[in-house]
Design a protein around this ligand. Structure first.
Ligand code: AMP
Length: 114
């Protein structure tokens, strides 16, 4: 999508600190980190939110999820733990309309969710 900031990051048209990219997904550091490690993992294809997930996206969705522990190990937070968040829609407080998985760690998260 031409005016999507995350599509532009995937394409390399907007700078980002990319940690991983392949044919399905891209991972980069959040520009406004809420924890010592705050990474966004996104599908390369434009999906506005998790509501757009369909069976043909299973490979990308699976890659997003399996990449998370790899990045957590790389960031040395796999043992201490982390939180994966997939905000969806207005009530989910999704602000950027390109589906993204937050990987947050390096500090103790607040409990409970919400
Ligand atoms: P959400 O509220 O789940 O939609 O989260 C959107 C996230 O995208 C926020 O944590 C923002 O800080 C982050 N973000 C927005 N623009 C950029 C950007 N250009 N590069 C990296 N992260 C961004």
């Amino acid at each position: 999508m031409t005016d999507c900031i995350f599509c532009k990051i995937v394409a390399g048209d907007v700078p980002a600190t990319k940690l991983y990219q392949d044919e399905l997904v891209t991972a980069f550091r959040d520009i406004n980190p809420l924890a010592p490690t705050h990474i966004l993992i996104i599908p390369n294809v434009h999906l506005a939110s998790a509501n757009d997930l369909a069976p043909e996206h299973a490979a990308a969705a699976g890659r997003m999820l399996t990449l998370a522990p790899e990045l957590a190990r790389q960031e040395h937070i796999a043992e201490s733990g982390y939180r994966l968040i997939l905000n969806t829609g207005a009530d989910g407080r999704q602000e950027v309309p390109h589906m993204h998985l937050h990987l947050l760690g390096g500090r103790r998260m607040q409990h409970p969710l919400g």
